[in-house]
Design a binder for this molecule. Sequence first.
Ligand SMILES: Nc1nc2c(ncn2[C@@H]2O[C@H](COP(=O)(O)OP(=O)(O)OP(=O)(O)O)[C@@H](O)[C@H]2O)c(=O)[nH]1
Ligand SMILES: [Mg+2]
Length: 252
Amino acid sequence: MGYAQLVIGPAGSGKSTYCSSLYQHCETVGRTIHMVNLDPAAEHFSYPVSTDIRELISLDDVMEELGMGPNGGLIYCMEHLEDNLDDWLDEQLDGYLDDDYLCLIAQIELFTHVPVLRNFVEHLKRKNFNVCAVYLLDSQFVSDVTKYISGCMASLSAMIQLELPHINILSKMDLVSNKKDVEEYLNPEAQVLLSQLNRQMAPKFGKLNKSLAELVDDYSMVNFVPLDLRKESSIQYGEDADVKVRDFDPED
Ligand SMILES: Nc1nc2c(ncn2[C@@H]2O[C@H](COP(=O)(O)OP(=O)(O)OP(=O)(O)O)[C@@H](O)[C@H]2O)c(=O)[nH]1
Ligand SMILES: [Mg+2]
């Protein structure tokens, strides 16, 4: 039985930085982790990548040889991955041991545009991997409720499309000076979100705001764990496949 976490989130939310910390952490505690890059447009990494989609197909080649733009090219790469998923992934997974830990890094476009990421995950599950999703959202988004709501919606969309155990992380907590400002966004309440949305947006959006705020609150589906990478974090995995990121001192 292997374990894998799938790291996703909007552009610039801190995925690469998080993965780099995770890699260092595993190195320190002496556990093997394999980093899997699923971003055909990625340029450089601060950790060794063991499986890289760019070996199958790279965005640069697609743009050059097929004359596609960056976005069409990205979709093309994903469709190509989809077509080669079984063979390529099997070949890659053959190199890993049964109880290895994988960290998959993907761009958000991968699951909003094409079903390939879900199929990728299904394939891992068939190979006996326990997979969980880790969705990162920049804590700076909390200062702007409209960005925050769009981040929540993207996370919700990932939850629905991937149907995986899911953890939301509020990244870059070291940039937040007053942790109290962030607390009410960890388990967002409809009333708070609604009044802030209404304050920022034109009155005609009132009904929409109410529905969005209630959606986030009603099912308690979206909540966040704050992560400050400067502090010693505890990222665990084990028999029950429970991944915990504990990093928030209540007295802060
Ligand atoms: N202060 C602080 N800055 C961070 C942290 N994590 C990321 N950053 C900064 O935020 C920016 C984006 O971080 P990345 O890790 O590259 O984000 P990403 O999600 O991989 O970005 P893309 O791959 O381009 O989508 C960089 O300038 C990082 O240095 C953090 O925990 N604290
Ligand atoms: Mg990155």
